[in-house]
Design a protein around this ligand. Structure first.
Ligand code: AMP
Length: 281
């Protein structure tokens, strides 16, 4: 496994891979890897060719009062996990290399980023799309694999790739969960043992909404009321947002009359967790 730390070296390696006719499957991450990330790596491996994983905690996607400094990091362990999983190249650039002095160009997906996580984190997706556009230009992958856990992010990246004629396939991978339903996330590390016990309420709230829908309740207000009750039972849970949205354009729905996504963000103590699940009429 190669570990590359500069944009220049990465571009040279990509040139070499491409001129030998190789294909590249890419998994962008912020590190502190868990089985969710590694499932994306396995998916990338299934595509054949070289698997490139990037590890970069992207300052541009954190707001001024968010957890950039406190975001968990463990490069040594990440590299070991990548090696064990058969990754070809880990790209871990330095902040100054990706955002040199004078940097001032951003990619912004206008509408899909307004609601859900974008409402509370107004510059978040601009940071995500900008870094992904840069990474796609550097790595030039044939496919890039993203997790459905970040449903809005996946929709935004797909839109960007389509709108800017990026020459790659965006592949989605289902959310990988702990045995009790909690979606795996690097941020789960911040949960105290007591908070960890409460954290599966995000998933439980979806299952409750899905159950009510199955029983014939199609009104979103009713479904959300039931879902909210599940979360509010937990003493340290505070809802940031929760809603039911059109699965494609993420507009809010009043009725589950088409393929929809239930999505939510909840603070458990000081840790903000997100999750989602599909609702079919
Ligand atoms: P992150 O390191 O949080 O930026 O995530 C990197 C990639 O891993 C993104 O495409 C995420 O959607 C994906 N990912 C994170 N957690 C999970 C999970 N539990 N299941 C599936 N994919 C995940």
């Amino acid at each position: 496994m190669k570990v590359i730390e500069t944009v220049g070296e990465m571009k040279l390696l990509v040139d070499a891979l491409k001129s030998a006719g190789g294909r590249i499957a890419f998994v962008p991450t912020m590190g502190f890897l868990h089985e969710g990330h590694l499932a994306l790596v396995d998916e990338a491996k299934r595509r054949g060719g070289a698997v490139v994983v990037s590890i970069f905690v992207n300052p541009a996607q954190f707001g001024p009062s968010e957890d950039f400094e406190k975001y968990p990091r463990d490069m040594e362990r990440d590299l070991r996990l990548c090696e064990e999983r058969g990754v070809t190249v880990v790209f871990c650039p330095k902040r100054e290399d990706l955002y040199p002095e004078g940097f001032q160009t951003y990619v912004n997906v206008e509408e899909l980023t307004r609601g859900l996580c974008g409402a509370a984190r107004p510059t978040h997706f601009r940071g995500v799309t900008t870094v992904c556009a840069k990474l796609f230009n550097i790595v030039r992958p044939d496919t890039a694999v993203f997790g459905e856990k970040d449903y809005q992010q996946l929709a935004v990246i797909r839109r960007m790739a389509r709108d800017l004629d990026m020459n790659l396939e965006i592949v989605a991978h289902p959310t990988v969960r702990e045995a009790d339903g909690l979606a795996m996330s690097s941020r789960n590390k911040h949960l105290s043992p007591e908070e960890r016990k409460q954290a599966p309420c995000l998933r439980a709230s979806y299952l409750e909404a899905a159950r009510r829908l199955e029983e014939g309740e199609g009104k979103v207000a009713r479904l959300l009321e039931a879902a909210r009750r599940v979360i509010e039972k937990q003493p340290d849970a505070r809802i940031d947002y929760l809603g039911v949205y059109d699965a494609e354009d993420l507009t809010e729905l009043d009725e589950v009359d088409r393929r929809a996504v239930y999505a939510l963000a909840v603070f458990i103590g000081r840790t903000r967790l997100i999750d989602n699940g599909m609702l079919e009429p």
